[in-house]
Ligand binder design. Structure first.
Ligand code: G6P
Ligand code: BGC
Ligand code: BGC
Length: 914
């Protein structure tokens, strides 16, 4: 072209070309720089995943709660709202998913331009604008009033806490609406749709555009595991191992992570490849100092970079004859579309001319050629940098999959990637260079983002339906204050009726324990503790406080089911066998120590050492015992065992033993509470209120046997179908209704029945009813305690369930935990309502404004469940505000209490064996 020119103009041209080349050289990023950037992005990704904050990573690695690539099974019509991918436009789509077999139906879509005053206005304006577009679209589509599920494609950095909960971290890409950062954008959209009040639209999922792109990929033959968008902005997502995403607390399965690589380099990692043009662009941008990587790659900035270079070169008189124009000097006057057109291999030069003339310039052919080079340099760098970041993700996925060679599909989207004549080719070539051991297939999503968002929405709506079923199933377990007050009041009435010997489901059994220990008790005693998880024989030495007070030696003996459900004779002979073994073991053979018998079943006592068993509970069913005096049964067994002398002095209920045992330490302890295999309470009642016992002075401990509360169907309203199933399958249907809502023997079964129900609804375990879930008592109550312990990660929940033979997804684990929480919380609150009724009775008995009292507590559920005891205390505080109640956990069990009752009896009888 120049050969015809005079010498000096040729020299001038060469000098200018030199200047242009020199300037564009700054956009060259060498291979080793790209490798450094690849390594730096990977380092930042790993730092962000593990939650490191110093130095704080500049990629965000945000979990998206999308846990699997599409199955292809999703079906239905979905509305999709796209905001933020392509500049100041908003798109509404109607997507019909036809499942794995159906033909792919093209979405119906509409694009709306968002006025500048909206993108820079208030959040309310933006979301009202969006909701208005939805209505306009639906009006056109004539979809009528059917409920509509919407997927919200919101392409900005958001911290998601669920598929439909997403808080905007910061605006990017020229958006800067006020009052949105830090807000849940789903809520803002829901409110705007409500303000429209036109359609019944439910926003069930919010999705980043990279995720929509990845999910739009046809899973056949290979699902895409990475989503890449280069449009106005740029970003990527990929399927990461859930165990690597610290905030999720999971160890199995995968989750899609939104990398948010736009902010890479915000702490200087890109300084080595940044040019003065990048710095100037950043300075003049809406968000200086942030989104540094995006400002070198995203379409919103490529045109601007070209413009700044042109001004610079014109300033050096190396281009355009040194002449600029007001248009050229106007920020944003060169768009990415211009850049893409100018780089068009066939029409680029002509387009360059048209674009420059459009900017009021008068370019020479040489100018056009060099402007093409400027565009080429800027977009090639963008493609190289994008490839380096993408190669970091490939390296990450390869190490996750522990493979030497990775075969993977990347879904691509965005106008720059799709429409730029060279961008995708340069990117793919650079990826092959930087990640040679990855066989990467690039799958254009063909504007499938909307599709992908609809698939995520379908998954989300399935999960939302599951959540609805779960809430519906658990709602009856969430007792409100009114319901608890009514239980408290009903129990109070039943107590009074029971004490009067009138019809009541509360037996209110006198225990003939009228005094709590006064510390003068002394001597050695034997004690038996039957009725809880373990059967114990105890040797209790009661000495003065200076001698160390009470010393206990005890031994646990098992009682096989064949004995608990055999004959009474077998049971009591077994008990005596254990006593004899214990005496041998501890050198007590031949000694006749006073014995206190904790017998944790409902007994009508006619004396301290006479207790008629009313009915067995807690799975015991030994024959020929009910209606019998169990002390006589024990004595008969002792007699049957030649050469054994035992002096049975007292029979006490475990609640009484627990109250006495704690009362020995704290004289204000006047209530005993057991929440273990079974549940029950006792308390010191005014003798004048106990019609079954003559006399009206002093107090007597009353064993309430509150496990039977509601056996007169008083609690019918509270009973769920699951409670009815548990009761029906129990060995004492219709009995111990209150106990069956509260105690350890039943909570696991209630949970199992709920899990079965939810599985049949398809909510859990993909609707597969596994044998183990149909096995009675397989779900132990101790699992509830384990599953609910707050520091238990989802993975541990899953481990517990997998041990049962259940293949559990992360969502399953979460839902199982919620079921356990609902069941145990109801139990704790009902127990609290019971205690509130008791302490209020004591307060009113004594005509006190305020009562301060202590409750001695024992039982595995109360002691081991992570939240049970606190929930009981909270409920008592709420329902009995005029009582200050201290809960004393019994350390030595009720065996000690039984020995103390025996000691008191011996003291009162004036006979102890020193
Ligand atoms: C302690 C007491 C027993 C009581 C039991 C209830 O062990 O010593 O008398 O029966 O607690 O709790 P559990 O969880 O064992 O049924
Ligand atoms: C946003 C990303 C988005 C990307 C591509 C960025 O500015 O922060 O969330 O994925 O643009 O649209
Ligand atoms: C029994 C009570 C006992 C409670 C706690 C219930 O099943 O009927 O007597 O106190 O369990 O062990």
């Amino acid at each position: 072209m120049d050969s015809a020119l005079p010498e000096n103009s040729r020299a001038m041209n060469e000098k200018n070309l030199e200047l242009v080349q020199q300037c564009l050289k700054q956009f060259d990023v060498r291979e080793e720089q790209l490798r450094q950037i690849q390594a730096a992005v990977l380092r930042d990704m790993e730092r962000a995943l593990s939650g490191q904050t110093n130095p704080s990573p500049t990629v965000r690695m945000l979990p998206t709660y999308v846990r699997s690539t599409p199955h292809g099974t999703e079906q239905g019509n979905f509305l999709v709202l796209e905001l933020g991918t392509s500049g100041a436009t908003l798109r509404v789509l109607w997507v019909t998913l036809t499942g794995i077999s159906g033909p792919r139906k093209e979405p119906i879509s509409w694009e709306f331009t968002i006025p500048m005053e909206i993108t820079l206005g208030t959040g309310q304006q933006l979301f009202d604008f969006a909701a208005g577009c939805l209505v306009e679209f639906l009006e056109r589509l004539k979809v009528g009033s059917q409920p509509i599920q919407l997927g919200f494609n919101f392409s900005f950095p958001c911290h998601q806490t669920g598929l439909d909960q997403s808080t905007l971290i910061s605006w990017t890409k020229g958006f800067r609406c006020s009052g949105v950062e830090g807000q849940d954008v789903v809520q803002l959209l829901r409110e705007a749709i409500q303000r429209q009040g036109a359609y019944n639209i439910d926003v069930v999922a919010v999705v980043n555009d990279t995720v929509g792109t990845m999910m739009s990929c046809d899973p056949r033959p290979q699902a895409c595991e990475i989503g890449l968008v280069v449009d106005t902005g740029t970003n990527a997502c990929y399927m990461e191992e859930a165990r690597h995403v610290g905030e999720l607390g999971e160890d199995q399965g995968r989750v899609c992570v939104n990398v948010q690589w736009g902010s890479f380099g915000d702490s200087g990692a890109l300084e080595s490849v940044q040019t003065p043009f990048d710095l100037q662009l950043d300075q003049e941008s809406l968000n200086p100092g942030t989104q540094r990587f995006e400002k070198m790659v995203g379409g919103l900035y490529l045109g601007e970079l070209v413009r700044l270079v042109l001004i610079h070169l014109a300033g050096q008189r190396a281009l355009l004859g040194g002449i600029t124009s007001p248009a050229l000097l106007t920020r944003g006057s060169v768009h990415v579309e211009h850049v893409m057109e100018i780089e068009d291999p066939s029409h680029g030069r002509a387009r360059a001319q048209a674009v420059l003339q459009g900017l009021g310039l008068n370019p020479s052919a040489r100018d056009c050629e060099q402007v093409q080079q400027v565009c080429g340099a800027v977009s090639a760098r963008a493609a190289h940098l994008c490839a380096a970041a993408l190669s970091a993700i490939l390296a990450r996925v390869k190490s996750n999959q522990e493979r030497s060679h990775l075969g993977i599909a990347v879904a691509t989207g965005g106008r720059v990637y799709e429409q730029h004549p060279r961008f995708s080719a340069i990117l793919q070539q650079t990826v092959r260079l930087l990640a040679p051991d990855s066989d990467t297939t690039f799958v254009p999503s063909e504007d499938g983002r909307g599709w992908g968002v609809a698939i995520v929405t379908a998954v989300a709506s399935r999960l939302a339906l599951h959540r609805h079923h779960l809430e519906e199933t658990l709602a009856p377990f969430r007792l409100d204050s009114e319901q608890l007050k009514s239980v408290q009041a009903q129990m109070r009435e039943a107590m009074v009726r029971g004490l009067r010997g009138e019809d009541s489901s509360l037996p209110m059994l006198p225990t003939f324990v009228c005094a709590t220990p006064d510390g003068t008790e002394r001597g050695d005693f034997l004690a038996l503790d039957l009725g809880g998880t373990n059967f114990r024989v105890l040797w209790v030495k009661v000495g003065s406080r200076s001698e160390g007070g009470v010393k206990i030696t005890n031994q646990v003996f098992s009682i096989p089911e064949s004995v608990t459900q055999g004959t009474g004779q077998q049971l009591f002979d077994h008990i005596v066998d254990c006593i004899v073994d214990f005496q041998k073991e501890h050198g007590l053979s031949g000694q006749t120590l006073p014995l206190g018998f904790t017998f944790s079943f409902p007994c009508k006592q006619v004396g301290l050492d006479q207790g008629i068993l009313l009915n067995w509970t807690k799975g015991f069913k030994a024959s020929d015992c009910e209606g019998q005096d169990v002390v006589s049964l024990l004595r008969a067994a002792i007699r049957r065992r030649q050469g054994v002398e035992l002096n049975v002095v007292a029979i006490v209920n475990d609640t009484v033993g627990t109250m006495m045992s704690c009362g020995y330490e704290d004289p204000h302890c006047e209530v005993g509470l057991i929440v273990g295999t079974g549940t029950n309470a006792c308390y010191m009642e005014e003798l004048c209120n106990v019609s079954a016992v003559p006399g009206d002075k002093g107090r007597m401990c009353i064993n309430m046997e509150w496990g039977a509360f509601g056996d007169d169907s008083l609690l019918q309203e509270l009973c769920t179908p699951f409670d009815l199933s548990v009761d029906k399958a129990s060995i004492n249907p219709g009995k111990q209704r209150f106990e069956k809502l509260i105690s350890g023997m039943y909570l696991g079964e209630i949970v199992r029945h709920i899990l079965l129900h939810l599985t049949r609804l398809g909510v859990l375990f993909r609707g597969q009813v596994f044998q183990c879930l149909q096995t009675k008592d397989i779900f132990k109550t101790k699992f509830l305690s384990e599953i609910e312990s707050s520091d238990l990660q989802r993975r541990q929940v899953r481990a517990i369930l997998e041990k049962l033979g259940l293949p559990v997804s992360c969502d399953d684990a979460l839902m199982v935990r919620e079921v356990c929480q609902a069941v145990s919380q109801r139990a704790a609150k009902l127990c609290g309502a019971g205690v509130a009724a008791v302490v209020e009775k004591i307060r009113e008995n004594r005509g006190l404004e305020e009562l301060s009292v202590a409750v001695g507590v024992d039982g595995t559920l109360y002691k081991l469940h992570p939240h049970f005891s606190d929930q009981v205390k909270d409920t008592v505080r709420h329902l009995a505000p005029r009582c200050s109640v201290r809960f004393l956990q019994s350390e030595d069990g009720s065996g000690k209490g039984a020995a103390l009752v025996t000691a008191v009896a011996c003291r009162l009888a004036g006979s102890t064996r020193a």
